[in-house]
Structure formats: structure tokens, C-alpha cells
Write a protein that binds this ligand. Structure first.
Ligand code: ZN
Ligand code: ZN
Length: 249
């Protein structure tokens, strides 16, 4: 392994695992509570259409957020950057060194960190979500769906790297309803500077078309030129496409 490659983010203590388990339990419990409230408050077809739109909107927002955070982890700062370095730079860059490492994580390690991030958001929703439908109700629904799909993101990303996913997972991947290996391999192919979104990938062609991440990099270069690591030589080594993702049949 290249000496510039970040070490495995395996410093995984029992206290952090306990926090992950507690966060997963809280996320499941609070999403269930929010779902019950949605069902109890929605009595019209229009209301259910609004809920469905909130679900699709939450999926798109989550896809965008996954891309933005992933881009930042791959591109901005280094492992010594306070808070951001150990939590985002190291895991995202290590993922390019050993793309299959994610497939060796169990359910808690795969999904725990995203649940920790979602916890304060859901905690807020438990307080502010009204019992009756209205703007705040549907906004809360949109945020709840976003939190749910943020929770799903690492799982979908893991499945995109899994050699033999369950048939129903493969079906969802082929239908383009969750991140597919065929789509995600674009990100793992040199120069690895696009297709950062890893929930479903719907936002990837859009963000690529409008040069969104090049714009972000231009802004950062202007504000703090040394914060950016756009030079491929500065990035950790990457197994090339066919080695990075084994395509399931
Ligand atoms: Zn990446
Ligand atoms: Zn990946």
C-alpha cells in the first residue's frame, strides 16, 4: 500500500459502537412514530399525494447530500483537519484504497454513523411535527424521508460493492431505484471526480451536467487555495474500474 494512503478507519471502540446501536434504535423508533403520525393525520388523496412527493423529494435531497459530503471527504482538507478529517476524509479516501472493505462491515458499522447524524434532526421533528396537515407537517415529512434515506445511503453503497447481493436487491439496482454497481463504477474510475452521489445516483448526471462540483472547487480555491486536493497525484491510489467493483450477474 502506498505510504500516502490513509490507514484503515478501524479505530472502532466499544463506546462508539454502543452509541451507534442506540442511534439506530432511536432512528427506527422515531421514524415509526412519525409514520404513525402521518397516517393518523392524512385523510385525503391530495394529502397522500403530498406525502408521496415528500418521499421522492427526500430521496433526491438525500442523494444530493450524500454526493456533497462524499465530494468534500474525497476532495477537501486532509486527515488532520479537525473533526472533518477523521470522520469524513479518512473513511471516504480509504474507500478508494480498499473499496471492498465496506462489504465486510456488519449492519451496525455500516449504518451507525449515518444514524448518529440523523438523530438530532429526528429529535427536532419529534418536537415540532404538528398533528394536523399543513406546511410544517409536510416539511416535517420531507425532512423525515430525507433522514430515512440518509440512513439507507451506506447500506445502498455497500450493496453496490457486494459481489452477490440478494436477488431483490439486484432487482432494485437494475430498476435504478437504489445505487447500482453499473452506475457507481463511474465514480471509482479515474479521474474519480464525478458521480459522488451514493444513495441512488439520480442527481449524478444533473450535477455533472451543471459542473456543480467544479463550481464548489472554484469557490474553495478562491477562499482557501490550500484546502483543496484536486490533483489526482495527491489522492490515494485507486483500484481501477473492474477491480473496484465486481459486477454482479
Ligand atoms: Zn469517492
Ligand atoms: Zn464506492
Amino acid at each position: 500500500m502506498d505510504k500516502t494512503a490513509p490507514p484503515s478507519p478501524a479505530s472502532y471502540g466499544r463506546a462508539h459502537r454502543a452509541l451507534e446501536i442506540a442511534s439506530i434504535a432511536f432512528v427506527f423508533g422515531s421514524l415509526l412514530w412519525i409514520a404513525v403520525r402521518m397516517v393518523a393525520a392524512t385523510h385525503t388523496v391530495g394529502g397522500w399525494i403530498a406525502i408521496a412527493l415528500a418521499a421522492v423529494g427526500g430521496y433526491i435531497v438525500s442523494d444530493f447530500l450524500s454526493g456533497f459530503v462524499h465530494w468534500a471527504g474525497d476532495t477537501v482538507g486532509d486527515e488532520t483537519t479537525p473533526i472533518f478529517g477523521p470522520n469524513f476524509v479518512r473513511p471516504f479516501r480509504f474507500h478508494h484504497v480498499d473499496p471492498e472493505d465496506i462489504t465486510r462491515h456488519d449492519f451496525v458499522e455500516t449504518n451507525g454513523n449515518n444514524c448518529i447524524v440523523a438523530t438530532p434532526v429526528l429529535l427536532t421533528l419529534l418536537v415540532i411535527m404538528p398533528k394536523e396537515t399543513g406546511l410544517l407537517f409536510y416539511t416535517s415529512a420531507l425532512i423525515a424521508f430525507t433522514a430515512f434515506f440518509v440512513f439507507c445511503t451506506n447500506q445502498f453503497h455497500k450493496w453496490a460493492h457486494t459481489k452477490t447481493p440478494a436477488p431483490w436487491v439486484r432487482l432494485l439496482q437494475r430498476a435504478g431505484l437504489i445505487l447500482s454497481p453499473e452506475h457507481h463504477v463511474v465514480h471509482h474510475t479515474s479521474p474519480r471526480d464525478k458521480y459522488y452521489c451514493i444513495t441512488v445516483g439520480w442527481m449524478n448526471p444533473v450535477l455533472d451536467k451543471i459542473h456543480f462540483f467544479r463550481f464548489c472547487e472554484a469557490v474553495i480555491t478562491r477562499v482557501s487555495p490550500r484546502a483543496l486536493r484536486p490533483d489526482p497525484a495527491d489522492r490515494p491510489p485507486q483500484n481501477e474500474a473492474d477491480a473496484a467493483i465486481a459486477m454482479p450477474s
